[in-house]
Write a protein that binds this ligand. Structure first.
Ligand SMILES: Nc1nc2c(ncn2[C@@H]2O[C@H](COP(=O)(O)OP(=O)(O)OP(=O)(O)O)[C@@H](O)[C@H]2O)c(=O)[nH]1
Ligand SMILES: [Mg+2]
Length: 441
């Protein structure tokens, strides 16, 4: 996410870093460059203009000219202003005084409403709440099926097929939530290709009926300028309280986040980071600003690791590590843990410097599958005592896993190296961070 923007700013700032004090001329030239970067990244031109005006006001003059490292000063100003533009720090979604708290999901067709309904339900469930989902998209019969499937996947009940109009389904769903004691109701609605009156009217009626605590505008992060226009329309005609930016796992140009926030004045609450129903992240402006400026997002990385790793397993593993009993079963376990943390590229992006260093390096998820296949083709005994795996066993494992003998050799070598490294670490009495895995080979 925001790769291109980061890269360009990086390139520009490395030029800047080589210079002495900045003159007004320099600042203007620098900001012209930043403006080009922002526009290319699909930031709305009005937003870019206002943003840069603020930066310029702060940058030109004493503050920068008197500073010892002017480049750093400019970076800091841009960073601060970015955070300012992206919004205040993340806060929890609002709750209603009387249950159920209703969250109304709205947005254009295909923006990710139904998926996000499931993701949000999953997110709240994990935090101890009891959400109920409501299928109020009666445009297409398939829409109801889809939400029912999503509900099943995350283990949540869905109110569907109880009436013929979205408004009536919404009303009955809230009634049911109240009488059965569900504390949250998340309402999936229909989308349209373009903002149209019929849709706005339908949504306005549902909103009036349900008194939602939040109206969340779900926007496709890949759509750039379009996202801005529709966000503005929904914001003006319906009134929204927050934004979920989906598909930010793709190569979104990034401008959407900046612009939508500015145009609607409403905070971005979450980002969708994949099709899976756990791929929803809380939106942290400061972290995103760090990311835009290439400072990495270590906080997210650590949080992610902690959430995904089963702590009990981690503790068992730590004990094994101490006794240097780490075997291929554990190795496989670790690979599966890693897989749970999401696409590898996402994780690597969060490590400072990794974005640049790994540029062009493709991390192939099928690699992981190969490793898994190889280990699964071993006997339990072989997994526990890899040193017994001789030449003929290697051939058998290669055949069984559909990989080459070289692949098997490589994996065993990697495992060997990793074991040596672990021994070294535990020998020095260094503690592995809780829940973190050792680097792969
Ligand atoms: N990569 C990626 N895909 C997503 C994300 N969120 C949703 N999608 C995909 O986008 C497509 C559309 O998502 P839906 O949830 O059906 O969108 P919708 O807004 O409900 O669509 P309509 O009901 O037709 O208006 C699906 O293929 C989803 O899997 C995301 O964060 N990342
Ligand atoms: Mg839908």
């Amino acid at each position: 996410m925001f790769n291109e923007l980061t890269e360009k700013l990086d390139g520009f700032f490395s030029k800047l870093k080589g210079r002495g004090k900045l003159t007004e001329q320099d600042v203007k030239a620098a900001l012209r460059e930043v403006r080009r970067i922002l526009l290319e990244a699909d930031v709305n031109f009005r937003v870019a203009k206002e943003f840069l005006k603020k930066v310029e006001e702060r940058a030109i003059g004493e503050e920068v000219l008197k500073s010892i490292t002017p480049a750093q000063q400019v970076i800091k100003i841009i960073h601060d202003e970015l955070i300012e533009l992206l919004g205040d720090n993340w806060t929890q979604l609002k709750r209603s005084k009387e249950p159920p708290t209703v969250y109304l999901m709205v947005g254009l067709q295909g923006s990710g409403k139904t998926t996000t309904t499931g993701k949000l339900g999953n997110y709240l469930k994990k935090r101890g709440m009891r959400p109920l989902l409501a299928a109020c998209d009666l445009q297409r019969p398939a829409a109801i099926d889809q939400l029912e499937r999503v509900g099943e996947q995350v283990g949540l009940q869905v109110v569907s097929r109880v009436a013929d109009t979205p408004l009536e389904v919404a009303r009955l769903a809230k009634k049911r939530a109240r009488s059965e004691g569900w504390d949250t109701l998340i309402v999936d609605t229909a989308g349209r290709l373009h903002v149209d009156d019929a849709l706005m009217e339908e949504l306005a009626q549902i909103k009036e009926e349900l008194h939602p605590a939040e109206v969340l505008f779900v926007a496709d992060g890949m759509t750039g300028q379009d996202a801005v226009n529709s966000a503005q329309a929904f914001s003006e005609r319906l009134g929204i309280t927050g934004v979920v930016l989906t598909k930010m796992d793709g190569d979104a140009r990034g401008g959407a986040a900046l612009s939508i926030r500015h145009v609607t004045g409403q905070p971005i609450r979450f980002t969708g980071m994949g099709e899976k129903l756990d791929a929803l992240e809380e939106f942290h402006p400061s972290r995103l600003a760090d990311r835009i400026l290439g400072l990495g997002d270590v906080v997210s990385l650590v949080e992610k690791a902690q959430q995904s790793v089963d702590h009990e397993k981690a503790e068992k593993l730590a004990k094994k590590l101490k006794k240097a009993q780490f075997d291929l079963e554990d190795f496989l376990d670790q690979i599966n843990q890693l897989a749970k943390m999401g696409p590898l590229e996402n994780l690597l992006q969060m490590i400072p410097g990794a974005g640049k260093a790994l540029k062009g390096v493709q991390v192939d998820p099928s690699e992981m599958k190969h490793v898994e296949a190889i280990i699964l083709s071993m006997t339990p005994d072989e997994r526990r005592r890899p040193n017994i795996i001789n030449g003929s066993r290697r051939k058998r494992i290669a055949l069984g896993s559909g990989q080459s003998v070289q692949d098997v050799n490589r994996l065993l070598n990697q495992f060997d190296q990793m074991k040596k490294m672990i021994k070294k670490m535990s020998g020095k009495g260094k503690k592995m961070p809780k829940g973190m895995m050792p680097p792969l080979g």
